[in-house]
Design a protein around this ligand. Structure first.
Ligand code: NI
Length: 257
């Protein structure tokens, strides 16, 4: 598999559950913009064989390298790391895992029922990052997980796939800042996720981020179909550090939401 094939597979899988991302990319293209992706974000359960390390493998095989930073968000029971490619035009890969053992016994029993359905060798699939949902899950199970952790419920409903792609605002030529991009999106009928303010982070964090409100799509829950939030499109503007280099890390509060 080539890098282009991998990124193309991820994008196609992502827009299948987040169609607004494709519409936004087309709108930007119609303005003459060429979208560069800052990062793709993946999430998983922190369990042996399917955790961060398993998801990172297919990227490492194509030259992405793990970065030393560790991100932790205790409230949400998340850990995250990211990978960067030597080719700076390629997106970083941000992977978070849910510390399952910190959830309730009830949530652990549900997640155990899901994981027991995994076929042997599942975590070693080269297409793990877009393998989709390998288990059956009931709506009641989804709702119970949602009560404790949005991320636990999301993984139960969607399985292994990209949660969001992220536009690098610095690389856009017709928007001077994130505010003007956000205003353009609102003018075109998109809704922004404004929990905690539409723009998270700040110049002081060297990182400003906004995101659309998640799309919702129909999901099969053991024969019943319900609409649940799927993915969102994210926009990041990075600022230079005192050294003059662009900040390459993440602002955990906005990234692990
Ligand atoms: Ni992100």
């Amino acid at each position: 598999m080539t890098i282009d094939e991998l990124l193309d597979a991820l994008w196609r899988d992502y827009v299948a559950i987040t169609p607004q991302a494709e519409r936004i990319q087309r709108l930007l293209a119609a303005r003459g913009e060429r979208v560069i992706n800052d990062h793709v974000a993946l999430r998983t359960y922190g369990l042996p064989g399917i955790g961060i390390a398993a998801l990172a493998k297919p990227f490492e095989a194509l030259g992405w390298r793990e970065q030393p930073q560790r991100y932790q968000f205790e409230d949400k029971k998340l850990l995250a790391r990211y990978w960067k490619h030597d080719n700076p035009a390629l997106p970083k890969v941000f992977i978070s895992e849910l510390c399952v053992e910190e959830l309730s016994v009830a949530a652990n029993l549900i997640i155990e029922r899901l994981v027991l359905q995994l076929p042997p060798g599942f975590g070693e699939r080269p297409d793990l990052a877009w393998a989709g949902r390998p288990w059956r899950v009931r709506r009641a199970e989804y709702e119970s997980l949602l009560f404790e952790s949005e991320l636990a419920a999301w993984i139960a409903a969607f399985g292994f796939r990209v949660n969001h792609f992220t536009v690098l605002v610095n690389a856009l030529t017709t928007f001077p800042d994130l505010e003007s991009l956000d205003a353009f999106l609102i003018d075109h009928g998109f809704m922004l996720d404004d929990a905690g303010g539409a723009i998270r982070g700040s110049r002081a964090h060297h990182y400003e981020q906004s995101a659309t409100r998640a799309d919702s799509i129909a999901i099969d829950f053991a024969g019943e179909t319900h609409r649940v939030p799927s993915g969102y499109y994210e926009f990041v503007r990075r600022y230079a550090l005192a050294s003059g280099e662009l900040f390459e890390g993440f602002y955990a509060v906005s990234e692990l939401k």
